[in-house]
Design a protein around this ligand. Structure first.
Ligand code: UDP
Ligand code: MG
Length: 325
């Protein structure tokens, strides 16, 4: 790039399209064919970086086939499943484009948006959040819980206001990618939250999430719940302070009962049930708070262990560290 500027030669910019793949044998051929059809519309040079997140089906062989046909198709193969975010992080770490787009393999994120993204980059934007206007495949419950989730995170976090309906479909330029590469290496994380909170010249584009082109979603309710908890923990320390409020509240309640008892001592409230209910209630508050503290300790523990976010077992079509070409 520097060379291009020095000698004043026109250099074509490059877009890196990062696609995370986990057991997607059903949709990968559809994705690749759609991309082959679509790529003529891209005005920049491109690379397609597939990250195989420990698929146990035929995905890796399909990816190997694509990489053989086109050396702009690059493959990073993980040693096991590390999760969607880890796959996107690996893609960003290894992308060499001036702009990087992260998208899913199931064609829910329309390829056509890449053209709009490039236009936004050319207008000077550095972070482009893709906002879902409707999700054809998600049920009513998923849509409502996703909305509620963003409302809660925004309420609890003082660090950033997150776009509701933002997705794991986003684009960043190389400068922003460098910030993520160098500074956002947390083990418990919320990648799309980082993208929205790093600042820079930011814009949004909307898209309609299509139905999955095949196969099925990998996000169960249990996984989504875990994901929501780790997001809140990584962006807010308010839950840690709940103990103080609960303590103050129960002290006030205790005081009120004390005053009431003093003034009505001749017919003071008596009863086994009252005591048992109070003890159960107060203990449940206490245990919930201990649980919340536990969540934060788990995050500290994970960061302290400092295990890798992902482990690469091979790379295909990468120049320097080529293990397989
Ligand atoms: N994915 C991944 N690792 C995982 C789970 C999913 O790389 O552990 C990929 C998956 O192949 C897809 C994307 O992440 O390309 C989004 O997953 P999915 O479509 O299952 O999620 P949904 O769209 O239902 O939220
Ligand atoms: Mg999907």
């Amino acid at each position: 790039m520097l060379m291009c500027n020095l000698i004043g030669v026109f250099c074509m910019k490059k877009i890196s399209i990062v696609v995370s793949v986990y057991n997607e044998e059903e949709v990968l051929p559809k994705f690749y064919n759609a991309f082959e059809e679509f790529k003529k519309n891209i005005s920049w040079d491109y690379e397609l970086v597939f990250v195989n997140d420990g698929s146990v089906d035929n995905s890796i062989n399909l990816l190997r086939g694509f990489a053989k046909k086109d050396d702009k198709v690059k493959v990073i193969d993980f040693s096991r499943n590390f999760g969607h975010e880890a796959a996107m992080i690996a893609g960003i770490d290894n992308a060499s484009g001036d702009g990087i787009v992260c998208m899913d393999a199931d064609l829910q994120h329309p390829l056509e948006s890449v053209v709009d993204i490039i236009n936004k980059f050319e207008e000077g934007y550095e972070v482009i959040s893709m906002v879902r206007v409707s999700n054809e495949s998600a049920g009513l419950i998923k849509n409502i819980t996703s909305k509620a989730f963003y409302k809660i995170v925004n309420l609890l976090s003082d660090q950033a206001a997150f776009e509701e309906n933002a997705s794991d479909f986003f684009a960043i330029n190389n400068k922003v990618a460098d910030v993520l590469r160098d500074n956002y290496r947390e083990k418990i994380r919320f990648l799309r939250g980082y993208v929205q909170s790093v600042g820079y010249n930011k814009t949004t584009l909307s898209y309609v999430a299509a139905k999955r082109a095949g196969g099925k979603s990998h996000y169960s309710i249990k996984k989504l719940f875990k994901f929501s908890v780790s997001t809140i923990v990584s962006f807010s320390d308010f839950p840690l302070k709940l103990g103080i409020y609960a303590g103050l509240l129960s002290a006030l309640a205790g005081l009120a009962v004390l005053v009431y008892t003093l003034f009505t001592y001749h017919d003071a409230p008596s009863g086994y049930a009252t005591i048992v209910i109070l003890i159960c209630f107060l203990f449940s508050v206490m245990f919930v708070i201990i649980g919340i503290i536990g969540e934060y300790i788990a995050v500290l523990f994970a960061e302290l262990k400092d295990r890798p976010i992902y482990i690469v077992s091979k790379k295909i079509n990468f120049d320097n560290e080529n293990i397989e070409k």
